[in-house]
Design a binder for this molecule. Structure first.
Ligand code: NAP
Length: 354
């Protein structure tokens, strides 16, 4: 038996991992709405950089670094990769090799909602799709349950009762502890929450796109979530890298083999990013840090879901949590610089009813 374990570890390229003892000392945790769930201010998204497009050792380095610095929440979906499914498979490998002893310290989420397999049952938010996809995700991850399972986008053709009913089934089957919705409009969020409450389903979180350059959630969604006692986790907080230093001097710095589309990388938006970078400097922050800190400001979101391709990026982003206070004047300045940009950076607008 001992030999088998040794063999398995060798096959996984196992390098022993013990999490940093001081991992809970700095970051702090924030309550998801009125639920019992706490999330770190920064969570790590595995949409891009954790598929088969990156060496597993690089992924492992970033994931270890994240957990060592207090990031307990890792966000996945059935279609994260590339190719689809590979981010869950790779994270499943990580769970076997490095994080196994820490499963109860992790909040792992997955989703279904975009095209996953051919035919009429591999897309949107029917009961047929959500239940089958959740099962496939668990198999790829090698888990019995995920901590949060999301309806990845609203489905205009499926009754909300059916979608939330499917999420409720997953909770009752023990396959999800909590459930969430992503990119739902305020109206559809209210409708979903009503059904969830009737069923007793822990619909605790909404995952919207939100950044200084993409502020649709301020048009009712944040208020709706607050009234419903739901939390929020902002995706694409750095506008896929536009709100970092990387494109400020060179618009063509998009890495080869990188993201297939980086919305809003225009001279106009880069001009705004440069102005924001000046404000960041005055605050002693980088542009990325300003972008994250602003989302975590009072009245902002529960957690910010960042992507990162290196430990250097992660360190820079983590430091944002150290200063999330803003003066009224700073907030006003940011409003002035960023007004009217939303549509150009919100890739998800066309997929949702927001
Ligand atoms: P993002 O945080 O706006 O962009 C991340 C990218 O910005 C990184 O991959 C990296 O680009 C660059 N970056 C990050 N930190 C940096 C730094 N300090 N300096 C320079 N560049 C930096 O978010 P995202 O990756 O678009 O999305 C984040 C997560 O949100 C996803 O992983 C996913 O979990 C979630 N998401 C959800 C939905 C949904 O529909 N619910 C949709 C999209 C995303 P490089 O990789 O080029 O280095």
């Amino acid at each position: 038996m001992a030999q088998d374990i040794h063999f398995d570890r060798a096959a996984e390229g196992h390098r022993p991992y013990t999490a940093a003892e001081d991992r809970y000392d700095t970051l702090g945790y924030r309550r998801v709405g009125t639920s019992g769930l706490l999330l770190p201010p920064l969570s790590l998204g595995l949409w891009w950089n954790f598929g088969d497009n990156r060496p597993f050792d690089t992924q492992r380095e970033v994931l270890r670094h994240a957990f060592d610095h207090g990031i307990t929440h890792f966000d996945l979906a059935n279609n994260y990769g590339p190719p689809y499914g590979s981010a869950e498979e790779n994270f499943g490998r990580m769970l076997r090799t490095d994080f196994k002893a820490y499963r109860n310290e992790l909040v792992i989420s997955s989703k279904a909602g975009y095209d996953m397999w051919p035919g009429p049952y591999g897309n949107w938010a029917s009961r047929k799709y959500l239940i089958a996809s959740a099962e496939e995700s668990l198999q790829r991850l090698g888990l019995d349950y995920v901590d949060i399972f999301y309806s990845h986008r609203p489905d205009p053709a499926t009754p909300i009762e059916e979608t939330v009913g499917a999420l409720d089934t997953l909770v009752r089957q023990g396959k999800a502890l909590y459930v969430g919705i992503s990119s739902y409009s305020p109206e559809r969020t209210t409708a979903a929450k009503k059904v969830a409450d009737e069923l007793g389903t822990p619909l605790v979180i909404h995952q919207p796109s939100y950044s200084m350059l993409n502020r649709w959630v301020e048009d009712g969604l944040l208020d709706t979530l607050s009234e419903a006692g739901m939390g929020s986790i902002a995706f694409t907080p750095l506008a896929q890298g536009l709100l970092t230093g990387k494109y400020l001097d060179d618009k063509n710095a998009v890495p080869s083999g990188g993201r297939s589309s980086l919305a809003g990388l225009t001279e106009e938006n880069l001009g705004k990013a440069r102005e924001l970078a000046k404000l960041a400097e005055q605050r002693g922050q980088s542009l990325a840090q300003l972008a994250i800190a602003w989302l975590l400001r009072e009245g902002g979101v529960t957690s910010v879901l960042v992507g990162a391709s290196s430990t250097r990026q992660l360190d820079e982003n983590l430091a944002a949590a150290g200063n999330t206070s803003f003066t009224a004047k700073e907030l006003e300045l940011i409003d002035g610089i960023t007004s009217g940009t939303g549509d150009s950076v919100d890739l998800w607008r066309t997929f949702s009813d927001s």
